[in-house]
Design a binder for this molecule. Structure first.
Ligand SMILES: C[S@@+](CC[C@H](N)C(=O)[O-])C[C@H]1O[C@@H](n2cnc3c(N)ncnc32)[C@H](O)[C@@H]1O
Length: 339
């Protein structure tokens, strides 16, 4: 069965990069933070503050009004909406713009190589092919490392909150988040469940960003970092082991190997949690998850996304006796396996 779609809707999909780039440029120019600090502002003041030429300024700002990302009052002054003030002002702890900064810097340019990636099966980053891993390149430079890790926090915050609320944390005492980035998930769990001890396991260059984030969120006494390479080192032991948007970076053999390492590190009754933008089992409806898998084609040497059913099967093959799939938020879902 196919969905009906009008010709307008087809053209709208084709030009949806207009909307995307208007938002990404607004974040790049720090427009929302400036308006949070100083708004409402008239157009001339905005041009001076964020460095806009007057030719495009009015259309740019009014486009953002039409997209419900800004509001304009009867005195022609622009201000954030309640939502953009909350999520796109970098001075607030709720800032999620890091994800958009990463989209602007890394993914938007990379996606111009989609056609070639589809034809060759190769990511746009030729330089990663030998190492099989883009993290070495990404983390060799402080700016790209921080943009990436901030992007992970921005993209995961709502999902982390849902996992902290939904999972049966009262049945467990400790959690290891494998590939934890800045530790957003562990912070949300630790804040909601004071009995939980958390450990982040990630590559050594991630440590300073993790420490900064966890300290700023006041859970440093219960959330610690362990540096390691999960392709070589064992996964640290805990009651619950989480892989969040980690398995999708890798080929099938590595996905299975990581689940096997989690099984080895868990006690009987322990749980593995995989959260991702899970593709629906019919592969028909979760367009964001399907496109996320194409994103893996474009930016990783061998990664791909998967359905809840596929992940459940890999867990059972690794020895987990019971699995279940639960929806989360923002096109994400989690697969839980019990040892
Ligand atoms: C796509 S990010 C996901 C981050 C976070 N879990 C989330 O959902 O936002 C993958 C994470 O895996 C980490 N990672 C990649 N290769 C690794 C390795 N070989 N050993 C340990 N961590 C690794 C990266 O540093 C990064 O933090």
């Amino acid at each position: 069965m196919s969905h009906a779609i009008s010709s307008d809707a087809i053209l709208e999909i084709g030009q949806s990069f207009w909307k995307a780039k208007a938002l990404l440029s607004a974040v790049e120019l720090d427009l929302f933070t400036v308006l949070a600090r100083e708004g409402p502002l008239e157009i001339d003041a905005i041009c001076r503050r964020v460095g806009l030429h007057d030719r495009g300024a009015r259309d740019f700002l009014d486009s953002l009004v039409a997209l419900a990302l800004l509001q304009r009052d009867e005195l022609h002054r622009y201000a954030n909406t309640i939502e953009t003030d909350l999520f796109l002002d970098r001075d607030k702890p709720t800032y999620s713009g890091g994800f958009l900064e990463m989209c602007n810097e890394r993914l938007y340019p990379a996606w111009s190589g989609l056609t070639a990636a589809l034809q060759t099966g190769l990511s746009v980053h030729e330089e990663d092919r030998e190492s099989g891993d883009f993290y070495q390149r990404l983390y060799s430079n402080r700016t790209s490392r921080e943009v990436f890790l901030g992007g992970m926090t921005g993209g995961v915050r709502a999902v982390a909150r849902a996992i902290a609320a939904q999972f049966a944390w009262r049945e467990h005492r400790s959690v290891v988040d494998v590939g934890c980035a800045e530790g957003c998930l562990l912070v949300e769990i630790a804040q909601a469940h004071p009995h939980i001890q958390g450990r982040g396991f990630d590559l050594a260059p991630v440590a300073p960003s993790f420490d900064r984030f966890v300290t700023a969120n006041a859970v440093g006494d219960r959330v610690t970092f362990q540096a390691g390479d999960f392709r070589v080192d064992p996964v640290p032991a805990a009651d619950v082991i989480v892989f969040g948007r980690v398995l999708h970076n890798w080929n099938l053999a590595t996905k299975r190997q990581l689940l096997a390492r989690a099984w080895a590190a868990l006690p009987p009754g322990g749980r593995v949690v995989v959260y991702e933008r899970l593709i629906d089992d019919e592969r028909r409806t979760n367009a964001t998850a399907l496109l996320a898998s194409l994103n893996m084609l474009v930016v990783t040497p061998e990664g791909f996304d998967f359905t809840g059913g596929e992940c459940s099967q890999w867990m059972r093959d690794a020895g987990f006796r019971e699995t279940r799939v639960e929806p989360l938020v923002a096109s994400h879902g989690m697969v839980i396996g019990t040892k």
